[in-house]
Design a protein around this ligand. Structure first.
Ligand SMILES: NC(=O)C1=CN([C@@H]2O[C@H](COP(=O)(O)OP(=O)(O)OC[C@H]3O[C@@H](n4cnc5c(N)ncnc54)[C@H](OP(=O)(O)O)[C@@H]3O)[C@@H](O)[C@H]2O)C=CC1
Ligand SMILES: CC[C@](O)(C(C)=O)C(=O)O
Ligand SMILES: [Mg+2]
Ligand SMILES: [Mg+2]
Length: 337
Protein backbone atom coordinates (compact mmCIF):
# COMPACT_ATOMS: atom_id res chain seq x y z
CA UNK A 1 0.00 0.00 0.00
CA UNK A 2 1.52 3.34 -1.01
CA UNK A 3 0.94 6.56 0.92
CA UNK A 4 0.39 10.08 -0.35
CA UNK A 5 3.19 12.47 0.65
CA UNK A 6 2.92 16.23 0.26
CA UNK A 7 5.61 18.92 0.35
CA UNK A 8 5.69 22.74 0.49
CA UNK A 9 4.98 22.99 -3.26
CA UNK A 10 1.69 21.10 -2.76
CA UNK A 11 0.48 23.34 0.10
CA UNK A 12 -1.25 26.72 -0.12
CA UNK A 13 -0.08 28.72 2.90
CA UNK A 14 -2.68 31.38 2.05
CA UNK A 15 -5.47 29.06 3.31
CA UNK A 16 -4.27 29.01 6.92
CA UNK A 17 -3.22 32.68 6.70
CA UNK A 18 -6.89 33.47 6.02
CA UNK A 19 -8.13 31.76 9.21
CA UNK A 20 -8.36 32.83 12.86
CA UNK A 21 -6.58 30.06 14.76
CA UNK A 22 -6.95 29.24 18.46
CA UNK A 23 -4.25 26.99 19.88
CA UNK A 24 -5.62 25.47 23.08
CA UNK A 25 -2.73 24.59 25.40
CA UNK A 26 0.82 25.96 25.37
CA UNK A 27 2.94 22.93 26.30
CA UNK A 28 5.32 20.84 24.21
CA UNK A 29 3.23 20.90 21.00
CA UNK A 30 1.18 24.02 21.77
CA UNK A 31 4.14 26.40 21.97
CA UNK A 32 5.70 24.92 18.82
CA UNK A 33 2.51 25.21 16.73
CA UNK A 34 1.60 28.67 18.03
CA UNK A 35 5.04 30.25 17.52
CA UNK A 36 5.60 28.71 14.08
CA UNK A 37 2.07 29.59 12.91
CA UNK A 38 2.68 33.18 14.02
CA UNK A 39 6.06 33.26 12.27
CA UNK A 40 4.30 31.98 9.13
CA UNK A 41 1.95 34.97 9.14
CA UNK A 42 -1.07 33.29 10.75
CA UNK A 43 -3.47 35.10 13.13
CA UNK A 44 -3.04 33.09 16.36
CA UNK A 45 -4.46 33.34 19.86
CA UNK A 46 -3.84 30.96 22.77
CA UNK A 47 -6.59 29.44 24.93
CA UNK A 48 -5.63 28.66 28.56
CA UNK A 49 -7.44 28.64 31.91
CA UNK A 50 -7.04 31.78 34.08
CA UNK A 51 -4.66 30.06 36.52
CA UNK A 52 -2.54 28.20 33.95
CA UNK A 53 1.20 28.26 34.53
CA UNK A 54 1.68 28.33 30.73
CA UNK A 55 0.13 31.81 30.45
CA UNK A 56 3.30 33.70 31.35
CA UNK A 57 5.39 31.75 28.82
CA UNK A 58 2.98 32.53 25.97
CA UNK A 59 2.69 36.19 26.97
CA UNK A 60 6.49 36.51 27.14
CA UNK A 61 6.52 35.55 23.44
CA UNK A 62 4.05 38.33 22.70
CA UNK A 63 1.15 35.98 22.01
CA UNK A 64 -2.43 36.97 22.87
CA UNK A 65 -3.74 34.72 25.64
CA UNK A 66 -7.48 34.33 26.24
CA UNK A 67 -9.52 31.85 28.22
CA UNK A 68 -10.19 28.65 26.30
CA UNK A 69 -13.85 29.59 25.78
CA UNK A 70 -12.98 33.11 24.55
CA UNK A 71 -10.30 31.76 22.17
CA UNK A 72 -12.71 29.13 20.79
CA UNK A 73 -15.45 31.73 20.30
CA UNK A 74 -13.16 34.16 18.49
CA UNK A 75 -11.45 31.61 16.24
CA UNK A 76 -12.69 29.69 13.21
CA UNK A 77 -10.02 26.96 13.58
CA UNK A 78 -9.48 25.43 17.00
CA UNK A 79 -6.42 23.21 17.51
CA UNK A 80 -6.61 21.20 20.76
CA UNK A 81 -3.12 20.67 22.19
CA UNK A 82 -3.84 19.85 25.82
CA UNK A 83 -3.15 16.47 27.44
CA UNK A 84 -5.26 13.76 25.77
CA UNK A 85 -7.04 12.82 29.01
CA UNK A 86 -8.17 16.44 29.58
CA UNK A 87 -9.50 17.08 26.08
CA UNK A 88 -13.00 15.65 26.53
CA UNK A 89 -13.84 17.93 29.49
CA UNK A 90 -12.26 20.99 27.80
CA UNK A 91 -14.21 20.26 24.63
CA UNK A 92 -17.55 19.85 26.42
CA UNK A 93 -17.15 22.85 28.70
CA UNK A 94 -15.34 25.45 26.60
CA UNK A 95 -15.23 24.46 22.94
CA UNK A 96 -18.51 22.75 21.95
CA UNK A 97 -20.69 25.69 23.14
CA UNK A 98 -18.59 28.03 20.96
CA UNK A 99 -18.50 26.04 17.72
CA UNK A 100 -20.08 27.75 14.71
CA UNK A 101 -21.04 26.57 11.24
CA UNK A 102 -17.90 26.36 9.10
CA UNK A 103 -15.45 26.12 12.01
CA UNK A 104 -12.66 23.56 11.95
CA UNK A 105 -11.71 21.44 14.96
CA UNK A 106 -8.10 20.21 14.81
CA UNK A 107 -6.12 17.68 16.87
CA UNK A 108 -2.41 16.90 17.22
CA UNK A 109 -3.15 13.24 17.98
CA UNK A 110 -6.24 11.16 17.25
CA UNK A 111 -6.87 9.63 20.69
CA UNK A 112 -10.15 11.40 21.57
CA UNK A 113 -11.76 10.90 18.16
CA UNK A 114 -10.50 7.33 17.69
CA UNK A 115 -11.86 6.19 21.06
CA UNK A 116 -15.13 8.17 20.75
CA UNK A 117 -14.46 10.46 23.72
CA UNK A 118 -15.22 13.58 21.64
CA UNK A 119 -18.09 13.55 19.15
CA UNK A 120 -18.07 16.85 17.19
CA UNK A 121 -21.22 18.13 15.45
CA UNK A 122 -21.60 17.42 11.72
CA UNK A 123 -21.28 21.09 10.66
CA UNK A 124 -17.57 21.47 11.53
CA UNK A 125 -14.51 20.13 9.76
CA UNK A 126 -12.55 17.69 11.92
CA UNK A 127 -8.91 17.12 11.01
CA UNK A 128 -5.54 16.25 12.46
CA UNK A 129 -2.01 17.58 12.04
CA UNK A 130 0.24 15.28 14.03
CA UNK A 131 3.97 16.03 13.99
CA UNK A 132 6.06 12.87 14.24
CA UNK A 133 8.38 14.26 16.88
CA UNK A 134 8.50 16.00 20.27
CA UNK A 135 7.15 19.56 20.29
CA UNK A 136 10.42 21.21 21.32
CA UNK A 137 12.11 19.68 18.27
CA UNK A 138 9.19 20.65 16.03
CA UNK A 139 9.90 24.26 16.99
CA UNK A 140 13.71 23.94 16.86
CA UNK A 141 13.61 22.40 13.37
CA UNK A 142 11.26 25.15 12.15
CA UNK A 143 13.59 27.88 13.46
CA UNK A 144 16.55 26.11 11.77
CA UNK A 145 14.70 26.21 8.44
CA UNK A 146 13.91 22.48 8.58
CA UNK A 147 10.81 20.55 9.63
CA UNK A 148 9.49 17.48 11.42
CA UNK A 149 7.34 15.23 9.19
CA UNK A 150 3.62 15.40 9.96
CA UNK A 151 0.64 13.13 9.48
CA UNK A 152 -2.65 14.70 8.39
CA UNK A 153 -6.09 13.10 8.54
CA UNK A 154 -9.65 14.21 7.93
CA UNK A 155 -12.53 12.79 9.96
CA UNK A 156 -15.32 15.18 8.87
CA UNK A 157 -15.32 17.42 5.82
CA UNK A 158 -18.53 19.47 5.49
CA UNK A 159 -16.57 22.33 3.86
CA UNK A 160 -14.99 20.06 1.27
CA UNK A 161 -11.66 21.80 2.03
CA UNK A 162 -10.52 20.07 5.23
CA UNK A 163 -7.54 18.30 3.65
CA UNK A 164 -6.20 21.46 1.98
CA UNK A 165 -6.65 23.29 5.29
CA UNK A 166 -4.77 20.59 7.24
CA UNK A 167 -1.96 20.58 4.67
CA UNK A 168 -1.72 24.37 4.83
CA UNK A 169 -1.53 24.22 8.65
CA UNK A 170 1.13 21.50 8.49
CA UNK A 171 3.18 23.64 6.07
CA UNK A 172 2.93 26.64 8.42
CA UNK A 173 4.59 24.66 11.24
CA UNK A 174 7.36 23.39 8.94
CA UNK A 175 6.00 19.88 8.36
CA UNK A 176 5.82 20.15 4.56
CA UNK A 177 9.56 20.92 4.40
CA UNK A 178 10.07 17.32 5.57
CA UNK A 179 6.95 15.59 4.19
CA UNK A 180 3.28 15.40 5.15
CA UNK A 181 1.65 11.97 4.91
CA UNK A 182 -2.09 11.45 4.61
CA UNK A 183 -3.53 8.93 7.04
CA UNK A 184 -6.64 8.29 9.15
CA UNK A 185 -7.38 9.05 12.80
CA UNK A 186 -7.42 5.31 13.47
CA UNK A 187 -4.05 4.61 11.86
CA UNK A 188 -2.31 7.60 13.46
CA UNK A 189 -3.65 6.83 16.93
CA UNK A 190 -2.88 3.12 16.93
CA UNK A 191 0.59 3.39 15.37
CA UNK A 192 1.56 6.39 17.51
CA UNK A 193 0.57 4.61 20.73
CA UNK A 194 2.33 1.43 19.63
CA UNK A 195 5.50 3.28 18.62
CA UNK A 196 5.80 5.19 21.89
CA UNK A 197 4.94 2.18 24.09
CA UNK A 198 6.82 -0.67 22.42
CA UNK A 199 9.82 0.99 20.76
CA UNK A 200 10.51 4.72 21.07
CA UNK A 201 9.82 5.39 24.75
CA UNK A 202 8.78 2.21 26.62
CA UNK A 203 10.96 -0.23 24.72
CA UNK A 204 14.02 2.04 24.46
CA UNK A 205 13.89 3.19 28.12
CA UNK A 206 13.53 -0.36 29.43
CA UNK A 207 16.35 -1.58 27.15
CA UNK A 208 18.71 1.19 28.31
CA UNK A 209 17.89 0.68 32.01
CA UNK A 210 18.31 -3.10 31.73
CA UNK A 211 21.68 -2.70 29.97
CA UNK A 212 22.86 -0.23 32.63
CA UNK A 213 21.70 -2.57 35.44
CA UNK A 214 23.47 -5.60 33.93
CA UNK A 215 26.79 -3.75 33.57
CA UNK A 216 26.74 -2.05 37.01
CA UNK A 217 25.53 -5.21 38.80
CA UNK A 218 28.52 -6.98 37.20
CA UNK A 219 30.83 -4.39 38.84
CA UNK A 220 31.52 -2.02 35.94
CA UNK A 221 31.69 1.74 36.62
CA UNK A 222 28.29 3.47 36.28
CA UNK A 223 29.93 6.26 34.26
CA UNK A 224 31.22 3.79 31.69
CA UNK A 225 27.89 1.96 31.64
CA UNK A 226 26.10 5.29 31.04
CA UNK A 227 28.26 6.18 28.04
CA UNK A 228 27.93 2.68 26.65
CA UNK A 229 24.15 2.21 26.80
CA UNK A 230 22.68 5.74 26.78
CA UNK A 231 25.01 8.44 25.48
CA UNK A 232 26.27 6.40 22.54
CA UNK A 233 22.73 5.30 21.67
CA UNK A 234 22.12 8.74 20.15
CA UNK A 235 25.19 8.41 17.95
CA UNK A 236 24.06 4.99 16.75
CA UNK A 237 20.46 6.18 16.19
CA UNK A 238 21.78 9.23 14.28
CA UNK A 239 23.36 6.82 11.79
CA UNK A 240 20.11 4.83 11.50
CA UNK A 241 18.24 8.11 10.96
CA UNK A 242 20.64 9.12 8.19
CA UNK A 243 20.75 5.85 6.30
CA UNK A 244 18.81 3.11 8.02
CA UNK A 245 20.12 0.13 9.96
CA UNK A 246 22.34 -0.75 6.98
CA UNK A 247 24.13 2.65 7.22
CA UNK A 248 24.71 2.13 10.92
CA UNK A 249 26.10 -1.35 10.29
CA UNK A 250 28.40 0.04 7.57
CA UNK A 251 29.91 2.51 10.04
CA UNK A 252 30.45 0.26 13.06
CA UNK A 253 33.30 -2.28 13.31
CA UNK A 254 32.82 -5.77 11.93
CA UNK A 255 33.18 -7.05 15.49
CA UNK A 256 30.21 -4.90 16.54
CA UNK A 257 28.27 -5.92 13.46
CA UNK A 258 28.80 -9.63 14.08
CA UNK A 259 27.71 -9.13 17.71
CA UNK A 260 24.68 -7.13 16.53
CA UNK A 261 23.61 -9.82 14.06
CA UNK A 262 24.11 -12.79 16.38
CA UNK A 263 23.24 -11.31 19.83
CA UNK A 264 20.48 -8.83 18.95
CA UNK A 265 17.94 -11.59 18.27
CA UNK A 266 18.86 -13.16 21.67
CA UNK A 267 17.77 -9.92 23.37
CA UNK A 268 14.68 -9.24 21.26
CA UNK A 269 13.44 -12.84 21.22
CA UNK A 270 10.24 -14.17 19.57
CA UNK A 271 8.67 -13.84 23.03
CA UNK A 272 9.40 -10.09 23.00
CA UNK A 273 7.65 -9.86 19.63
CA UNK A 274 4.64 -11.70 21.12
CA UNK A 275 4.62 -9.12 23.96
CA UNK A 276 4.61 -6.36 21.35
CA UNK A 277 1.64 -7.98 19.61
CA UNK A 278 -0.25 -8.12 22.92
CA UNK A 279 0.44 -4.41 23.45
CA UNK A 280 -0.87 -3.67 19.94
CA UNK A 281 -4.06 -5.67 20.63
CA UNK A 282 -4.68 -3.64 23.82
CA UNK A 283 -4.36 -0.46 21.74
CA UNK A 284 -6.64 -1.74 18.98
CA UNK A 285 -9.41 -3.04 21.25
CA UNK A 286 -9.43 0.08 23.48
CA UNK A 287 -8.06 -1.63 26.63
CA UNK A 288 -5.13 0.80 26.92
CA UNK A 289 -7.31 3.88 26.31
CA UNK A 290 -9.83 2.77 28.97
CA UNK A 291 -7.05 2.01 31.47
CA UNK A 292 -5.36 5.40 30.90
CA UNK A 293 -8.58 7.43 31.10
CA UNK A 294 -9.55 5.62 34.34
CA UNK A 295 -6.05 6.11 35.79
CA UNK A 296 -6.35 9.84 35.05
CA UNK A 297 -9.86 10.07 36.57
CA UNK A 298 -8.53 8.45 39.75
CA UNK A 299 -5.77 11.07 40.10
CA UNK A 300 -3.01 9.03 38.37
CA UNK A 301 -1.82 7.02 41.43
CA UNK A 302 -0.01 4.32 39.44
CA UNK A 303 1.45 6.85 36.99
CA UNK A 304 2.89 8.93 39.86
CA UNK A 305 4.38 5.84 41.53
CA UNK A 306 6.03 4.60 38.32
CA UNK A 307 7.25 8.10 37.43
CA UNK A 308 8.92 8.45 40.84
CA UNK A 309 10.55 5.02 40.55
CA UNK A 310 11.88 5.89 37.07
CA UNK A 311 13.34 9.17 38.33
CA UNK A 312 15.16 7.27 41.11
CA UNK A 313 16.84 4.77 38.77
CA UNK A 314 20.62 5.08 39.30
CA UNK A 315 21.22 5.90 35.63
CA UNK A 316 19.56 9.29 36.20
CA UNK A 317 22.04 10.36 38.91
CA UNK A 318 25.02 9.16 36.86
CA UNK A 319 23.65 10.96 33.79
CA UNK A 320 23.08 14.24 35.66
CA UNK A 321 26.66 14.20 36.88
CA UNK A 322 28.16 13.39 33.48
CA UNK A 323 25.99 15.78 31.49
CA UNK A 324 27.08 18.54 33.84
CA UNK A 325 30.62 17.97 32.53
CA UNK A 326 29.61 17.88 28.87
CA UNK A 327 29.51 21.53 27.89
CA UNK A 328 29.13 20.56 24.21
CA UNK A 329 25.81 18.77 24.73
CA UNK A 330 23.04 21.10 23.57
CA UNK A 331 20.30 21.28 26.22
CA UNK A 332 17.82 23.95 25.17
CA UNK A 333 14.86 22.27 26.93
CA UNK A 334 15.17 23.77 30.39
CA UNK A 335 12.45 21.83 32.22
CA UNK A 336 14.63 18.71 32.58
CA UNK A 337 18.00 18.32 34.28
N1 LIG B 1 4.49 16.03 23.43
C1 LIG B 1 4.63 15.84 22.12
O1 LIG B 1 5.68 16.11 21.55
C2 LIG B 1 3.52 15.30 21.27
C3 LIG B 1 2.22 15.46 21.66
N2 LIG B 1 1.20 15.17 20.77
C4 LIG B 1 -0.17 15.41 21.19
O2 LIG B 1 -0.32 16.82 21.40
C5 LIG B 1 -1.28 17.04 22.43
C6 LIG B 1 -0.67 17.91 23.53
O3 LIG B 1 0.35 17.18 24.17
P1 LIG B 1 1.61 17.91 24.86
O4 LIG B 1 2.07 19.02 24.00
O5 LIG B 1 2.55 16.81 25.23
O6 LIG B 1 0.94 18.52 26.18
P2 LIG B 1 1.68 19.22 27.42
O7 LIG B 1 1.36 18.43 28.61
O8 LIG B 1 3.09 19.51 27.08
O9 LIG B 1 0.93 20.64 27.50
C7 LIG B 1 -0.40 20.75 27.83
C8 LIG B 1 -0.85 22.20 27.79
O10 LIG B 1 -2.26 22.21 27.99
C9 LIG B 1 -2.55 23.13 29.02
N3 LIG B 1 -3.79 22.77 29.68
C10 LIG B 1 -3.99 21.89 30.69
N4 LIG B 1 -5.29 21.88 31.03
C11 LIG B 1 -5.91 22.78 30.22
C12 LIG B 1 -7.24 23.25 30.10
N5 LIG B 1 -8.19 22.79 30.91
N6 LIG B 1 -7.53 24.17 29.14
C13 LIG B 1 -6.58 24.67 28.34
N7 LIG B 1 -5.28 24.28 28.42
C14 LIG B 1 -4.96 23.35 29.35
C15 LIG B 1 -1.34 23.07 29.93
O11 LIG B 1 -1.28 24.22 30.74
P3 LIG B 1 -0.61 24.23 32.23
O12 LIG B 1 0.74 24.82 32.05
O13 LIG B 1 -1.50 25.12 33.03
O14 LIG B 1 -0.61 22.81 32.72
C16 LIG B 1 -0.22 23.04 28.89
O15 LIG B 1 0.03 24.32 28.39
C17 LIG B 1 -1.73 15.66 22.89
O16 LIG B 1 -2.86 15.32 22.12
C18 LIG B 1 -0.55 14.76 22.52
O17 LIG B 1 -0.89 13.41 22.31
C19 LIG B 1 1.44 14.74 19.50
C20 LIG B 1 2.72 14.56 19.05
C21 LIG B 1 3.85 14.71 19.94
C1 LIG C 1 6.99 9.39 20.85
C2 LIG C 1 6.06 10.11 21.79
C3 LIG C 1 5.00 10.96 21.10
O1 LIG C 1 4.13 10.13 20.35
C4 LIG C 1 5.72 11.90 20.16
C5 LIG C 1 6.70 12.88 20.66
O2 LIG C 1 5.53 11.78 18.97
C6 LIG C 1 4.20 11.69 22.17
O3 LIG C 1 3.00 11.37 22.34
O4 LIG C 1 4.75 12.57 22.86
MG1 LIG D 1 4.17 10.48 18.34
MG1 LIG E 1 2.10 10.08 21.09
Amino acid sequence: MSVEIFYDADADLGIIQGRKVAVIGYGSQGHAHALSLRDSGVDVRIGLPEGSKSRAKAEEEGLRVLTTAEAAAEADLIMILTPDTKQRAIYEQDIAPNLKDGDALFFGHGFNIRYGLIKPPANVDVAMVAPKGPGHLVRRQFVDGKGVPCLIAVEQDPSGNAQALALSYAAAIGGARAGVIKTTFREETETDLFGEQAVLCGGASALVQAGFDVLTEAGYAPEIAYFEVLHELKLIVDLMYEGGIARMRYSISDTAEYGDLTRGPRVITPEVKENMKAILREIQDGTFAKEWVTEDEQGRPNFAKLQAAGAKHPIEETGRKLRGLMSWVDRPITETA
